[in-house]
Design a protein around this ligand. Structure first.
Ligand code: WQD
Length: 342
């Protein structure tokens, strides 16, 4: 199949891994990215992995004129995968207007163009953050969404509503929202991975930077939660497994296997792992002792969440395959590759 797929945010962490999987599944890919949180060199790395250089255009999707011009020049796009968004939870609390503008205007510009140019399919990067702290675990797609803990989380919730209402308005749009749990790890080639700018907000890049000696010490945010070891629990999913799910979602839409015009799937492993458990697994698989201390809880954090993956497993025929051990090792290989550590 040589269908052409647009990947917005395609030089980002999950976007770049998805471009690789799309190309290896035989799709042609065109990337839009504003490089606000990624590097253009990621395109070279993608080409090194797959041997195919994705077309890439650098501009901001909140610019309606530039977005329309792109679609006016790119015919025969069959579907889009929309990753492009600001994603730092803490930053979103400090800069809510920037987050609402960037994340919502870019989605609306994209949808308006897809309707205008009759590109009916979109896969949307959503997040388990829409569930807040669920009352019942594991979380299914029918678990009620709660008030988001951050503007970032709220933009994901509102984006889902924008998709749902656009689909309902007989726009011809068909959408699949994928609610990621915690994406972690890197491509086994160690040529692409997470590239956090500044001090990492997320756990695993902070761990690997601590192991690499870039960060003095890791702070574990709280060990007084109602969990077996007191630290918070998350569902850490390998980024390559996550990327493969996007290919499955695209194929579902292109072959008309979607049951309704707006579908939602949880993408997790189904296993809850605590922060302290994850640290222990990292030390075990890498042989690196981590310097960490327990500090107070981080404001806005939820206590525990993990996915019921049965609906995605059954309906998508997709399942997370990679173990946490393999995943953390890939994160460490990537960190060593970018720091020139043997
Ligand atoms: C995981 C656990 C922290 C850093 C958020 C978003 C989600 C997605 C991923 C964008 C928590 C603890 C962390 C550290 C720590 N968004 N932690 N020390 O907050 O679960 O999810 O990021 O991609 O939508 O909600 O991810 O990795 O920040 O934290 O103890 O230095 O690790 O308290 O319990 P989170 P995270």
């Amino acid at each position: 199949m040589t269908e052409k797929i647009l990947v917005t945010g395609g030089t980002g962490y999950i976007g770049s891994h998805t471009v690789v999987e799309l190309q290896q599944a035989g799709f042609r890919v065109v990337i839009i990215d504003d490089l606000s949180n990624s590097e253009i060199s990621v395109v070279d790395s993608i080409e090194k992995i797959t041997g195919i250089r994705p077309e890439t255009e650098v501009f901001d999707l909140t610019d309606a004129a530039k977005t329309d011009d792109f679609f006016n020049r790119h015919h025969n796009i069959k579907a889009s995968i929309h990753f492009a968004a600001s994603k730092a939870v803490g930053e979103s609390v400090e800069k809510p207007l920037q987050y609402y503008r960037n994340n919502l205007v870019s989605l609306m510009n994209l949808l308006e163009c897809q309707i205008k140019y009759d590109i009916r399919n979109i896969v949307f990067s959503s997040s388990c953050t829409v569930y807040g702290q669920p009352g019942k675990l594991p979380v299914t797609e029918n678990t009620p969404r709660l008030e988001a803990e951050s503007p970032y989380g709220n933009t994901k919730r509102i984006s889902e509503d924008i998709l749902r209402d656009t689909v309902k308005a007989n726009s011809g749009i068909q959408a699949i929202a994928l609610r990621y749990f915690n994406p972690v790890g890197a491509h086994p080639s160690a040529l692409i991975g997470e590239l956090p700018r500044g001090v990492p907000g997320n756990l695993v890049p902070f761990i690997t930077q601590t192991a690499a000696g870039i960060r003095e010490q890791l702070s574990v945010f709280g060990n007084d939660y109602d969990t077996p070891d007191g630290s918070a629990i998350r569902d850490f999913i390998n980024v390559v497994d996550l990327a493969k799910a996007h290919v499955v979602a695209i194929e579902r839409l292109l072959t008309g296997r979607n049951r309704t015009a707006f579908e939602i799937f949880n993408l997790g492993t189904g296993n809850g792992v605590s922060v302290l458990e994850l640290l222990n697994v990292f030390e075990k698989v890498t042989g690196v002792k981590l310097n960490y201390k327990i500090v107070g809880r981080r404001p806005g954090d939820i206590e525990k969440i993990w996915a019921d993956t049965s609906y995605a497993n059954l309906e998508l025929g997709w399942k997370a395959e990679k173990s946490l051990e393999e995943t953390l090792l890939s994160a460490w290989q990537w960190e060593k590759a970018i720091r020139g550590i043997q």
